[in-house]
Design a protein around this ligand. Structure first.
Ligand SMILES: Nc1ncnc2c1ncn2[C@@H]1O[C@H](COP(=O)(O)OP(=O)(O)OP(=O)(O)O)[C@@H](O)[C@H]1O
Length: 682
């Protein structure tokens, strides 16, 4: 109703024209009756007592030009006028209702897209993209078509016609109206059954269709993997199965509709036969005229056609109810999708958290290789030895320093919806303004989750994240709080959207001047390759930037973030797909930024210069301090990351490239063969 509200003038116009059109349509049988009685009165249908027969409808039809019709021509003119007016009205109603449906669909889709964009990451983790797309497009189209159909084409209009025709028959002969009325309740029960049943089938069918769409979109986007592993036949077969399942449901729906339509028509035809029999007897008894009988039968025809239209329209309404349910699920968070549900659990179980922490071995031990497992296994022992993080002074902590870019994670807990293990637990870390803090640790340790929490893509189930002393508001739209406090991010998988290179870079600030775009591109080491593209900054990058290499996409994503001049920059493995030269160049650029930086990196050259390095494993900080501090921590994870031979394979960028290579630890690294190609394990 909210979506329809802005169109109330159009809705009103449609209703007025609809009522007028129905009035003209209902005049039609009356004038036909008049024509017959006129013909008969003029000896055209001579018969015993013809002159005495009564047409109670006579005079009900609108008079022509103020005077009662006296001539055959005048009656025929009246008939023609009814037809023309009713046809014109029909055309207008159809046009208005289609317009109404289109506007409704357009508005609903836009609103739903806005609703979806505001959902947090947990919602998208639980939803499938094909399903969301099908709700946003197919289901809304069903709703918009049904609205147009129900208001203007079949539903209301047929109902009004049926009621009007019934009233007319009742005026003529209550007995005849009773016959018709007797049939209607039986039919309406049948019709209600159609709505309920068909809406259930349609809901299921749309669910299956969405699954098929999801399957197809995923396999098409991963077609290279499918082909490389020669799985085309299997994937096609699986798609066929899904599609066949939808077809089975469609068949059930069609069969069901067929039976109902047939039964409805039979009931109506029984009514017609009863009316003709009863009305014919009344004519023979000279109680009504032939014209009146004819009018009654045309009205009855209206009723039967109207009722079958209502039946079909209600069938469509059933579809719309199914579609509406699916659309409504996007708006009303379900238990499965709502992080709030998990949040409630977390609050309920908050008392048990600390004991759980003590008891639970990190749950990620199965995800890594043996080196990582060894690391994780050592966590609990090393955790106690964690170095003290430089404590923010109380002024900064309270956020009253006025400096931008301070971030504080205070005892943050988070687990993904449906997951049993905490991805982040008891996580506390402070980033002072302008500091570079690097998160390192084993794969699955929780680094990316921490970045996502800071960006507001997920919300902590317990604990707080403070930015400049203010807690991030979980009620804010996903990510909205991050942008509002001047955060920008380059995430692990640099995703681009179709559009020109310039549009990619200015994504966060669409009205950015070209100079700003060029500046950001240069800083991200992208300017040179962009200029070599066929249309330079106006080159279209294709869907998801497929026309670019991984490293080029990465550089555009970095430029996109730099253009915003953020006070806090989150960098999740940004240099992972860059060549060594670009990586060094970009690292220097990033280092020169005044922004506070939270870096998740694999390369030692990036990590070692960080003001603070936090080793994250099992969702918590197990060691923290500077590169030098951590290297001094005998038996510490960081030291083992750097020194252990099997983990040394993960370190890909030589410490020799590090300008601080002449310092004590840097020199030490360079002397060790494995550490010469060092990286923090992913
Ligand atoms: N969307 C998700 N839904 C459920 N569990 C998830 C999701 N994303 C990550 N996890 C789980 O949360 C834990 C932490 O994952 P996260 O991606 O934060 O680790 P990471 O340290 O960044 O790993 P990597 O270095 O491999 O990127 C892992 O156990 C992972 O399986």
């Amino acid at each position: 109703m909210e979506t329809l509200r802005p169109d109330w003038p159009l809705l009103l116009l449609t209703t007025v024209v609809l009522v007028a059109t129905i009035a003209f349509t209902l005049c039609f049988p009356l004038v036909i009756g008049e024509v017959f009685d006129l013909v008969r009165a003029n000896g055209g249908l001579a018969g015993e007592g013809a002159a005495a027969a009564i047409n109670p409808f006579a005079g009900l039809a609108p008079a022509t030009a103020g005077a009662p019709p006296t001539s055959f021509t005048a009656v025929m003119l009246k008939l023609s006028a009814c037809l023309v007016l009713s046809a014109t009205g029909n055309a207008m109603v159809s046009w208005c209702s289609s317009l109404l449906g289109e506007r409704f669909g357009h508005r609903l889709r836009g609103w739903l897209m806005g609703t979806l964009m505001a959902r947090d990451q947990a919602f998208f983790d639980a939803a499938s993209k094909g399903d969301l797309l099908s709700r946003l497009t197919l289901d809304v189209t069903v709703l918009q078509n049904t609205l147009a159909d129900f208001i203007g084409q079949r539903g209301f209009r047929s109902m009004f016609e049926v009621v009007g025709a019934l009233a007319m028959i009742a005026l003529q002969q209550p007995l005849l109206a009773f016959v018709t009325l007797f049939i209607t309740p039986a039919l309406s029960r049948l019709l209600r059954a159609v709505v309920v049943r068909s809406s259930a089938i349609i809901y299921q069918r749309q669910q299956v269709a969405a699954k098929a769409l999801d399957f197809a979109s995923e396999r098409l986007s991963q077609v290279q993997t499918v082909q490389v592993f020669a799985q085309e036949e299997r994937e096609t077969g699986a798609f066929r199965d899904l599609s066949a399942c939808g077809y089975d449901m469609a068949q059930r729906y069609a069969f069901f509709q067929g039976i109902v339509e047939g039964a409805g028509r039979l009931a109506v035809n029984v009514g017609t036969v009863a009316l003709l029999g009863l009305g014919g007897m009344l004519v023979i008894q000279n109680r009504i005229s032939v014209g009146a009988l004819l009018a009654v039968n045309v009205f009855n025809l209206f009723i039967s056609v109207g009722l079958s239209s209502v039946a079909a329209s209600l069938g469509e309404l059933g579809k719309a109810v199914g579609a509406l349910e699916r659309v409504a699920e996007l708006v009303v968070p379900t238990a499965a999708a709502a992080p709030a549900a998990d949040s409630a659990n977390a609050v309920a179980s908050s008392n048990s958290i600390s004991s759980e922490t003590r008891a639970a071995a990190p749950s990620h031990s199965s995800s890594g290789d043996s080196g990582e497992q060894a690391l994780v296994a050592g966590i609990s022992g090393v955790a106690a030895r964690a170095l003290e993080m430089p404590t923010p002074n109380s002024t900064n902590g309270s956020g009253s320093s006025g400096q931008g870019g301070q971030v504080e994670f205070r005892d943050v807990w988070f687990r993904y919806p449906g997951a049993e293990d905490w991805a982040v637990k008891n996580f506390s870390l402070t980033l002072l303004p302008g500091q570079t803090v690097a998160l390192v640790g084993p794969s699955g340790g929780g680094k990316s989750t921490i970045a996502a929490l800071l960006l507001g893509l997920y919300h902590p189930l317990q604990g707080t994240i403070l930015v400049n002393g203010q807690p991030l508001d979980p009620e804010d739209q996903a990510g909205g709080s991050a942008a509002a406090v001047g955060m920008a991010a380059v995430l692990q998988q640099a995703m681009l959207m179709s559009g020109s290179v310039r549009e990619q870079i200015s994504y966060g600030k669409p009205d950015a001047a070209i100079e700003e775009v060029l500046e950001a591109a240069s800083a991200a080491h992208a300017d040179k390759f962009v200029r070599q593209l066929p249309n330079g900054y106006e080159t279209e990058v294709g869907e998801r930037g497929h026309a670019l290499s991984g490293g080029q996409k990465q550089r555009l994503a970095i430029a996109r973030a730099l253009l915003l001049h953020p006070t806090i920059l989150v960098l999740d493995e940004v240099t992972s797909s860059l060549d060594v030269t670009s990586e060094r160049y970009i690292s220097d650029t990033l280092r020169s930024l005044a922004a506070t930086k939270l870096i998740i990196a694999h390369r030692l050259s990036t990590v070692r210069r960080a003001d603070v390095i936090a080793v994250v494993a099992g969702g918590m900080v197990v060691e923290q301090g500077s590169h030098h501090d951590l290297l001094r921590l005998e038996g510490g994870i960081y030291q083992r990351l750097v020194n252990t031979a099997d983990l040394g394979a993960f370190w890909v960028h030589s410490g020799a490239s590090d300008s601080s290579g002449s310092d004590e630890e840097g020199g030490k690294q360079q002397q060790e063969p494995d550490a010469a190609a060092e990286a923090v394990p992913a």
